[in-house]
Design a binder for this molecule. Structure first.
Ligand SMILES: NC(=O)c1ccc[n+]([C@@H]2O[C@H](COP(=O)([O-])OP(=O)(O)OC[C@H]3O[C@@H](n4cnc5c(N)ncnc54)[C@H](OP(=O)(O)O)[C@@H]3O)[C@@H](O)[C@H]2O)c1
Length: 304
């Protein structure tokens, strides 16, 4: 990075937030904030935090991510995912700061059979997807220097995610039934944080470049695609040492056999071509990132 920017990381206790802390270490003065410093359901508190810190970069990894619970907590999901990003955009514009925000593949309805591009019309099926889309729109409406990264199926060594759930269930159960007709791109929190760092460093290296040239929505996910069933299969193929050889039988099922309060898109693979063309950034394949995360988990286990 060209200078030593003051970087505010919101949602720093989440799975992406923790990796942003790792990846941005040494690139600037890092101020990490979590729910106790600024609750996203309290806009005045959030506004005051940003004004006190006076950052030149805001990385917003905070979100209401409980996809099913959002169906019964629509107001809270909207406050965190839709209204708070608007507050952040206003404060970023006021301070001429760069706002980096994350959105989701769940803004799409899953009806395509080839990767979604940024110009495809969103049509979210769930409250989570609708509130995340509203957050994108609030930021874009306010304008200013912003990057909105839509990503998908995020997992990593920390927090609540599919990989850690599979490893836990493998110990508890002998057989798992996993949905095989939803396809997406598992994206590691490590790759997401590292790609964010690369893009931010490129933007900061050209301070006089007009935001109109680069602000906007970008898809940012690991390459390749797989179903949840295929992902589980790949996890267990790598997990023998972590599970001391105890591997469950994994059986494919259809979405209709595993009903959830929030509908999910059947196909939500994101084309990363715009990210690649604009910033020359390409994320690794989901398989290689799975190996990387498993290595991190193995090292953590052996050092316990
Ligand atoms: N996870 C996925 O599969 C996925 C897929 C596509 C896009 N995304 C997007 O990627 C981004 C990062 O997601 P993630 O997986 O890292 O999520 P995560 O692990 O659930 O972390 C979200 C963070 O937001 C914080 N948060 C929740 N409600 C808050 C509130 N009212 N006030 C302040 N902070 C609050 C949480 O705080 P606590 O720790 O206190 O709960 C947590 O630290 C989000 O924008 C998400 O929508 C995620």
């Amino acid at each position: 990075m060209n200078s030593f920017p003051r970087i505010l990381i919101l949602g720093s206790a989440g799975q992406l937030g923790q990796e942003l802390l790792r990846s941005f270490a040494g690139t600037g003065e890092i101020i990490a904030a979590h729910r106790h410093q600024a609750d996203f359901t309290a806009p005045d508190q959030l506004r005051a935090l940003v004004r006190n810190v006076s950052p030149s970069v805001i990385l917003n990894a905070a979100a209401y991510t409980a996809v099913d619970r959002a169906e019964s907590e629509q107001d809270i999901a909207a406050a965190v995912n839709a209204q708070a990003p608007g507050v952040l955009a206003e404060e970023a514009l006021r301070a001429n700061a760069l706002l980096v925000h994350y959105s989701t593949d769940y803004v799409f309805d899953g009806s395509k059979t080839e990767p979604w591009v940024e110009t495809d019309p969103p049509n979210p099926l769930s409250t989570y997807g609708k509130t995340k889309l509203a957050g994108e729109q609030a930021i874009q409406h306010i304008g200013g220097r912003h990057l909105i990264f839509r990503t998908s199926w995020v997992y990593g060594p920390h927090g609540h995610n599919f990989l850690l759930t599979m490893l836990r269930l493998a110990i508890e159960r002998n057989e798992l039934r996993i949905v095989d007709d939803q396809v997406g791109s598992p994206t590691s929190s490590l790759a997401l944080a590292d790609a964010t760092r690369t893009v931010v460093s490129k933007v900061l290296a050209q301070p006089s470049s007009s935001p109109a040239l680069w602000s906007g929505v970008y898809h940012m996910s690991c390459s390749g695609s797989v179903s949840w069933y295929g992902f589980a299969h790949a996890i267990f193929a790598r997990a023998q040492t972590l599970l001391n050889g105890k591997l469950p039988v994994v059986r494919p099922i259809s979405t209709s056999q595993y009903p959830t309060p929030a509908p999910r898109p059947r196909y939500s693979v994101l084309s990363n071509q715009k990210l690649s063309e604009q910033f020359d950034v390409r994320l690794p394949s989901w398989e290689s990132e799975l190996y990387r995360v498993m290595e991190v988990l193995s090292c953590a286990q052996s050092s316990d």
